[in-house]
Design a binder for this molecule. Structure first.
Ligand SMILES: [Zn+2]
Ligand SMILES: [Zn+2]
Length: 194
């Protein structure tokens, strides 16, 4: 008797096929490797705060809602290094970090420059003799402030977006570095049915 994997729909490869949840019938079985891939994707976007208890993975089957049992642990150190080296997310995060630091530096620079200009111009305005000169200088200062606020606001808006993306990338690297061992729902079946 052959079983079809519910993720890759392949019924040729009967190795390491398990039934991790209460689902029955044609969707009962899944390749361990296919399940691993699915779990890695799921853990990538799981909240940073969500924790799984011993034996419970904290992830449920999308169909029968049965919480998958098994263990989630980190790979051995050398395997982690290998995984990171092959991970696209790692290179993207590595590019993002200097970008974040540069934006912070640039924002600090633009901000201090703006405050210095305002202070200097205020003194100049006070030194003006006629009222019309004062108003003219004041309006000129306003214009300068607004023009300089443009790059500051663009940078301050992009900063949280880049930080968020980097966090998601780091989260996905962590998910990639874990091993997911999922138990059969019925321990004596599944593996015996190869
Ligand atoms: Zn499969
Ligand atoms: Zn299920």
């Amino acid at each position: 008797m052959s079983f079809e994997c519910r993720i890759c729909l392949n019924s040729q490869n009967q190795e390491n096929i398990i039934s991790p949840c209460k689902c029955m019938g044609s969707i009962k079985y899944v390749h361990e490797a296919c399940l691993q891939k699915w779990l890695k994707e799921k853990y990538k976007f799981r909240s940073l705060l969500a924790r799984s208890r011993a034996e419970n993975t904290g992830l449920a089957c999308e169909l029968c809602k049965y919480e998958l049992k098994g263990s989630v642990k980190f790979m051995p150190f050398l395997q982690i290094l290998k995984t990171i080296r092959r991970s696209q997310s790692f290179y993207c995060a590595a590019i993002n970090i200097p970008v974040i630091l540069y934006i912070i530096y640039r924002l600090k620079f633009l901000f201090t420059k703006l405050i210095k200009t305002i202070r200097k111009k205020k003194v100049i305005i006070q030194l003006q003799e006629t009222l019309s000169r004062k108003i003219f200088m004041y309006l000129k200062l306003q214009l300068t402030i607004w023009i300089r606020l443009v790059p500051i606001s663009v940078l301050s808006m992009s900063l949280p977006i880049i930080i968020f993306t980097t966090c998601v990338l780091i989260k996905s690297i962590i998910a990639e570095c874990k091993i997911y061992e999922i138990k059969n729902y019925e321990p004596n079946k599944g593996n015996n049915n190869k």
